[in-house]
Design a binder for this molecule. Structure first.
Ligand code: HGY
Ligand code: MN
Ligand code: MN
Length: 416
């Protein structure tokens, strides 16, 4: 009997989860620690409970469901993703992996397909970038890399991450000491591609080769304020002009990448913010990404050197804070092969693709063999209201995930 997902049930749940968002903004805003996010976690937990997964919430807020296998001592299988969104984001990023994982568990149960190994389905807390500058909070905790320094990071209001976690009913200090202790046989995450490659290649399934490393920086510019009308142009130390020049530097470095490499400036703030006053303060948030570690490190150095030179010429001081340093993470080759075989056996076209997006899977790779399955994003759009993946494509991804997990379950190659 096929364990294909029930596409209508998946559609209905995607629509139901999409209801939890801040309707004051266009698109879907369900950012970490927000009220819509808090309400949505109760809904996800209820879906896992209904599926018989007996969900628990750990100290870091990860919702963890378990489908018991025949051998409780065998190294376990894990799947999952996240359900928080970027502000004004979409309805599929991360969500497809959580609801898809629950559907896999339901279909295994409904078809009487008993795995040998326990299968965990996880909704990781706070995967998206946020004002604390730390993404993948839940998966960092589970993989043992959430640190006390992370908990001290402050958002724009001066609130520390640890306080925000406590306010959300979590236990930040316990979250530091709770890495996943059970041997993991494999982790496979289903996710939308968030880019144009699969659609352009008219391919149904992406077998991810590597997850891009992400370096995020916050640059502080300190110039000197002055009268906009009386200060001669050559005597200004304009922090905002320096920040604007830095935006172009960040863009230029990304555009010059000879390999997979991208760069983005996310936002600038300046003070005092009046058009008749020369800015004496500015801040720029930016990031660079690549699956190529060498380019990433080189781009990191190049950006700082160029911004330093530009600002020195204007007599503006800078301080660079690196907020996030996530190395590129290759997926596990044997797991890639299992995913590709599963897609081919189901008659789905597949191709190997890199992930320019970051994922919880990059952290789970610390615990054992990791793989990712992509499904196409219409027009490659994501992190915006236009984000869309067709129901039939999601179903193919969930079907491939099911077959992959069943095949991995049968293998006895645990990684010690
Ligand atoms: O930003 C990312 O790459 C991911 O979507 N959180
Ligand atoms: Mn995501
Ligand atoms: Mn995202």
């Amino acid at each position: 009997m096929t364990v294909a997902p029930l596409a209508d049930r998946l559609d209905a749940e995607l629509a139901e989860l999409a209801r939890f968002h801040d309707s004051a903004f266009p698109g879907w805003s369900r950012v970490v620690f927000s009220e819509p996010y808090r309400d949505s976690r109760d809904w996800v937990r209820a879906r896992m409970a209904e599926a018989g997964l007996d969900p628990v919430v750990d100290a870091a807020g990860n919702i963890i469901g378990r489908l018991p296998g025949a051998d409780p001592n065998a190294p376990a299988l894990l799947t999952g993703s996240h359900t928080d969104t970027v502000p004004q984001g979409g309805r599929f990023d991360g969500i497809v992996g959580v609801l898809g994982g629950i559907e896999v568990a339901r279909r295994l149960t409904e078809t009487g397909t008993r795995l040998n190994r326990d299968l965990y389905i996880v909704d990781f807390l706070g995967e998206e970038a946020n004002e604390f500058g730390i993404s993948c909070m839940g998966s960092r905790s589970i993989s043992g890399t959430l640190s006390a320094e992370h908990l001290d990071r402050m958002d724009g209001s001066g609130q520390r991450l640890g306080e925000a976690m406590r306010g959300f009913g979590l236990d930040p200090s316990a979250a530091l000491g709770q890495p996943w202790r059970r041997p993991m046989h494999g982790y496979v995450e289903l996710h939308i591609e968030q880019g144009p490659l699969l659609e352009r290649a008219e391919t149904e399934i992406g077998v991810v080769t590597a997850i891009a490393g992400i370096e995020r920086l916050l640059v502080h510019f300190a110039g000197s304020a002055g009268h906009a009308g009386t200060t001669p142009m050559g005597e200004r130390h304009d922090a905002l002009v320096s920040a604007a020049a830095a935006v172009l530097t960040v863009d230029r470095v990304g555009c010059a990448a000879p390999v997979h490499g991208v760069s983005t400036s996310g936002s600038i703030v300046s003070a005092p913010g009046s058009m008749n006053v020369i800015s004496d303060e500015a801040k720029l948030w930016a990031e660079i990404r690549s699956v190529e570690r060498d380019w990433l490190q080189g781009a990191r150095r190049e950006i700082v050197d160029e911004i330093t030179a530009e600002t020195a010429a204007r007599g503006v001081q800078i301080d660079v804070e690196w907020l996030n340093d996530q190395d590129p993470v290759p997926t596990d080759e044997p797991v890639r092969d299992v995913i590709a075989s599963a897609a081919a056996e189901l008659g789905y076209s597949w191709r190997a693709v890199p992930s320019g997006a970051g994922h919880d899977a990059a952290h789970l790779a610390r615990l054992g063999p990791m793989g990712m399955i992509f499904v196409p994003s219409v027009a490659g759009k994501s992190h915006c209201p236009e984000e869309f993946t067709a129901s039939a494509d999601i179903a193919k991804g969930v079907h491939t995930l099911t077959r992959t997990l069943v095949a991995l379950d049968a293998q006895d190659r645990p990684r010690d």
